[in-house]
Design a protein around this ligand. Structure first.
Ligand code: ADP
Length: 406
């Protein structure tokens, strides 16, 4: 077709008109190209968000998202190469019209991203590729680096978790066999002890009726066997507490009953240690939720320790008061040597002992551990307040049965 004649009679300047049209359409074209890039980046974000996908699926997905973002999608192929694996579009093949960028993770090159045109195309910014495509491939390798780093971290967390799960299982198995062994050991120890206690008690009865020397010896045997029995039971309780099988029989209980349930033992302790024991209970105290037998055990342990360390002629005080609107506080106070601040923190840990005046304290260091376990099972707290040379106060709290009429 011929060009329209111009005013000077020459041929029409068709090229100039065409250029104007291209320029008019340019923003639209550019916008379209940017939308394609954004789609590609958005698709990659969606792939990254999908926690179900393995790294292989994500990388294959990224490769497939690349061609539509390039100028000639139908002749574009993409390939992501890692050390031993490659993820590529189905049409990918190496050609001379290629863009290639390294993928960097933590400062090291872990692979490359290649984008190839399968046919020759006119020169643009870098070979047949646009400036924007050069920029996009930069962004893509950066994203790929992030994906690989994230997935590597996820994999190592997963394998750590699996390892931890295996170890936990192994530990549980070992713990159960240890508990089983302890149970058998305790049974073995207690069986002869029980008959020893029964026989010595029988001999004690004979002593009361006949007053024999043998009876006195039987009394000593009974005391020793009884002490040993208590220690074995404590050890058993601590083991159960450690594996979570120590159970309570909770019920509303009057504080006065809890305190008086050990009156006989406290009298004997006072007599043996040459001290006096005072019990003070606030009359307004409500019932608490407690396992009476277990609280008796806690109290006896604390009072026993207090008597052991109390200075002769001094008093041990057992005092029950309100702690808060929902808790009652029981204190066992002595006037013994006291406990240094740094030792107070570790006192409730198993096996921990404090020597007073350089002497070995004896015992196993499990009495306070068991007290803590039992008080915690009640939902209470246990602690010590003490000053060297001024004695110690051991406190524990118990929840009140009916919140509260303080
Ligand atoms: P054990 O089971 O051997 O009797 P405990 O767990 O009852 O041990 O006590 C741990 C350590 O705390 C003991 O070595 C003892 O020296 C110290 N202790 C406990 N009660 C008192 C107290 N009232 N005064 C001073 N020291 C105490």
């Amino acid at each position: 077709m011929k060009g329209k004649p111009t005013s000077n009679g020459g041929p029409a300047k068709k090229i100039a008109v065409n250029t104007d049209k291209t320029q008019l359409l340019r923003p639209n074209h550019d916008l379209f190209e940017r939308v394609k890039e954004l789609n590609c980046l958005y698709g990659i974000s969606r792939l990254m968000e999908n926690r179900e996908l393995a790294i292989e699926e994500i990388l294959k997905g990224v490769a497939d998202l690349i061609p539509p973002a390039w100028q000639y999608p139908e002749i574009t192929g993409a390939r992501i190469s890692l050390k031993k694996r490659q993820f590529q579009t189905n049409n990918f093949r190496e050609t001379p019209w290629e863009q290639k960028e390294p993928i960097i993770v933590s400062g090291s090159e872990v692979g490359t991203l290649e984008v190839c045109y399968l046919q020759e195309k006119p020169f643009a910014y870098e070979g047949p590729f646009l400036k924007e495509e050069k920029e996009l491939i930069h962004v893509l390798v950066e994203r790929l680096g992030n994906i690989i780093e994230y997935k590597n971290a996820e994999n190592s967390i997963r394998s750590l978790y699996e390892r931890e799960k295996k170890l936990r299982k192994k530990l549980q198995k070992e713990m159960h066999s240890r508990v089983d062994f302890s149970r058998k050991l305790i049974h073995e120890l207690k069986t002869p002890l029980t008959s020893l206690m029964a026989t010595s008690q029988y001999l004690l009865l004979l002593e009361q009726t006949q007053g024999s020397e043998l009876g006195k010896a039987a009394g000593l045997v009974w005391e020793g066997a009884n002490r040993l029995n208590t220690r074995i039971e404590e050890l058993h309780d601590v083991i159960k507490g450690e594996v979570g099988t120590l159970k309570l029989n909770l019920k509303p209980s009057a504080i006065v009953h809890l305190l008086s349930s050990m009156a006989e033992e406290t009298r004997a302790l006072a007599r043996d240690h040459g001290i006096s024991i005072n019990i003070e209970a606030d009359q307004s105290l409500p019932d608490v939720i407690a396992d009476p037998e277990r609280i008796r055990q806690v109290l006896l342990n604390l009072v026993n320790n207090a008597c052991k360390y109390a200075s002769e002629g001094k008093r041990v005080i057992i005092r029950a008061t309100w702690d808060s609107a929902s808790t009652v506080k029981i204190e066992v106070r002595d006037h013994g040597p006291g406990i240094a601040k740094d030792k107070q923190r570790v006192l409730f840990k198993p096996g921990y002992q404090v020597s007073h005046g350089g002497e070995s304290p004896g015992g196993l260091g499990i009495g306070l551990t068991l007290c803590k376990m039992l008080v915690s099972l009640h939902g209470g707290r246990i602690w010590v307040e003490s000053k060297l040379g001024h004695g110690s106060s051991f406190f524990f709290t118990l929840p009140v049965a009916n919140e509260s009429k303080k």
